[in-house]
Design a protein around this ligand. Structure first.
Ligand code: NDP
Ligand code: 8X3
Length: 251
């Protein structure tokens, strides 16, 4: 069987990097995307012995750069079977009355508009071929709001809405759409949220065993291995020590 081509945004770190590793080992060709070119090159070097890897460097906030990058794919990389819309972050954790507009713009522009810009380039090929699978990485923050989560939660509620809307529009074409909604996963997420404050980021996971990015990658692989007639529409994943967006048991 031909290898399926999977495009992963945010493949330089965390959930995206773990997903690249597991898919490389399971018969997928990979298009890895991100802004940090040296990390993309390192991922490509690491995975090259297992599969073919193509890298694209662009910022998902930049619609023209996103379109240019995806349109630059060589012909034998253009038929993308799997799109994993993973790039995203939280920026800040502030009450609405003191939140920063730069943080709000970053979250809406990356998590929502970036996901749309990438999808806009990939979906036409899928509708034409009447096949494909789109996996959007949402969050428990897109199912439940928590204090100070305001704009990040809004961006992830938008991802959930877009996932449902994409499924309604694309199922007639035989295209699967899956929303994956993790709880606490220890990645660079909290370091980015707290603007490089590693101590504050480490405190988020203190006293509990958070999910690892590999736990989410395992679920993504499972989702992609479901039979043709089965789509996992919506998956929420918590660490066992988490009971809701804001309930966490610490030792
Ligand atoms: P990381 O910070 O480890 O990874 C984020 C990835 O997104 C990086 O590869 C980064 O690449 C990419 N990215 C960020 N901004 C941009 C941009 N403007 N353009 C292109 N790529 C960008 O975090 P996670 O792995 O945890 O996050 C992955 C996804 O999972 C996100 O959507 C996040 O919201 C979601 N999530 C995370 C949870 C967690 O607890 N960690 C829980 C629930 C959901 P680069 O900097 O190279 O561009
Ligand atoms: C990341 C999980 O709870 O920090 O989306 O918002 S949370």
């Amino acid at each position: 069987m031909n290898k399926r081509i999977a495009l992963i945004t945010g493949a330089t770190s965390g959930i995206g990097a773990a997903t690249a590793r597991i898919l490389a080992a399971h018969n997928f060709k990979l298009i890895l995307c991100g802004r940090r070119i040296e990390r993309l090159n390192a991922m490509a070097d690491e995975l090259m012995s297992q599969t073919e890897v193509y890298t694209l460097v662009f910022d998902v906030r930049d619609q023209q750069a996103t379109a240019r990058s995806l349109q630059s794919l060589p012909v034998d990389w253009k038929s993308i079977d799997v799109l994993i819309n993973n790039a995203g972050n939280a920026h800040g954790l502030d009450p609405i009355q003191s939140g920063s507009i730069a943080d709000w713009d970053a979250m809406i522009d990356i998590n929502v508009k970036g996901l749309l810009y990438v999808s806009k380039e990939v979906i036409p090929g899928m509708t034409e071929r009447k096949s494909g699978h789109i996996i959007n990485i949402g969050s428990i923050a897109g199912k439940e709001v928590y204090p100070n989560g305001n704009v990040y939660c809004a961006s992830k509620f938008a991802v959930d809405a877009l996932t449902k809307g994409m499924r309604m529009d694309l199922y007639p074409f035989g295209i699967k759409v899956t929303g994956i909604h993790p709880g606490m996963v220890e990645t660079e997420f909290s370091v980015v949220r707290f603007k490089g404050d590693e101590e504050r980021a480490a405190n988020v996971y203190k006293g509990l065993e958070p999910l690892k990015p590999e736990d989410i990658a395992d679920v993504i692989l499972y989702t992609l291995q479901a039979p043709k007639h089965v789509v996992l529409a919506d998956v929420t994943i918590f660490p066992t020590a988490q009971g809701s967006a804001s309930l966490v048991k610490r030792d």
